[in-house]
Design a protein around this ligand. Sequence first.
Ligand code: COS
Length: 381
Amino acid sequence: MLDFTLTPEQQAIKDQAHDFAINVMRPVARHYDDTGEWATPVYQKAWDLGYLQALVPKFCGGPGKTQVEEALVCEELAWGCGGLYTSIMANGLAITPILIAGSDDQKKKWLGKLVEAPVFAAFSLSEPNAGSDAGAMTCRAERKGDKYIINGTKCYCTNGGYADFYTLFASTDPTKGARGTSCIVVPRDTPGLKVGKALDKMGQRASNQVEVHYENAEVPVENVLGKEGMGFIIAMKTLDQTRAAVAAGGVGVARAAYEIALDYAKNRIQFGQPIFSNQGISFMLADMAKKIEASRLLTWQAAWMTDNNIKNSKQSAIAKTFATDTAMEVSTDAVQILGGNGYSRDYLVEKCMRDAKLLQIYEGTNQIQRLVIAKEIQQGN
Ligand code: COS
């Protein structure tokens, strides 16, 4: 049975997130984009509304939101500000390995922290020489008795400068390649863990991506999620689940740029008529609307599949690619429709364009998504 109507509960979730985006995010979005400061007051309110801990299950005291609900919220938050959205959404990414592979005790211990206070966690997979080729990681977690000794460097670690703990992927058996990696929860206060420099970025400047260095950092073996050697599979399963939230971010950023461009095209008079009267402009807006609607449906499909325990590697990669390419295309066209005004910082569309770019890169570049889609269709999926 297909039904594209939101239930009253889903509509209320979307409306609340939109209010938050309009009243809390939009008024400060430019400030945090300019300064790159950490937006503590915004995150406090996001936590009050349950957004930082949205995916924490009810048995751990959290709201236990579904991926469809998370997608509804993420679209609105990204509409509010692409950078602030990323900080909030990335908590879901960071805790998904625990949701997938953690024991009930591990879930209660680590996810419970997000319920007690506005706590951040950080997903820690990429390395300076292992980005798209995630299986080539060299960060090493060597087992010695009942401890792992961790050495190596991680990068592009979103929220890493403010995280209470990290879901770290490291090699526990370098002879086995990707099958020798494990996922280990590492608390921030572990001696030997040092947060490095933050990335100075083109867009999404309110979000925080850092290097994290490990020098003989010791954690108990009980912090491993699932079994040793399951790390790569946990990472891949995590990304299958979380790419819908990135796709939703693409829909939100695209919609923000489209709404401004539509309003502008209806009101900007040139040659005695609104510029919308020119098919050169109205067809651009029609294409924007078309791609945004398609992106949203793909996003909902990918999220719904996760909620229903259906393998969605192909659909989540398609949604992520389509929606974030849409965000880039729509925001670029919005700048074009606004002309010189679009290129100026007086309008939000230039920020949307900068924010959109990162969506095409993180949680797997859109080239890697095409690789995933190609592998899936080759296998007949
Ligand atoms: N679910 C479950 N298992 C999966 C899986 C998935 N979605 N994708 C791959 N696997 C399994 C494979 O079945 C294989 O298992 P076996 O060893 O039993 O055969 C194993 O994982 C290795 O898979 P594969 O051979 O496809 O790995 P590759 O090294 O070729 O890499 C890509 C695959 C490129 C898809 C992977 O490296 C990737 O996703 N890279 C991008 C990483 C990324 O998104 N980084 C951003 C981090 S967040 S900012």
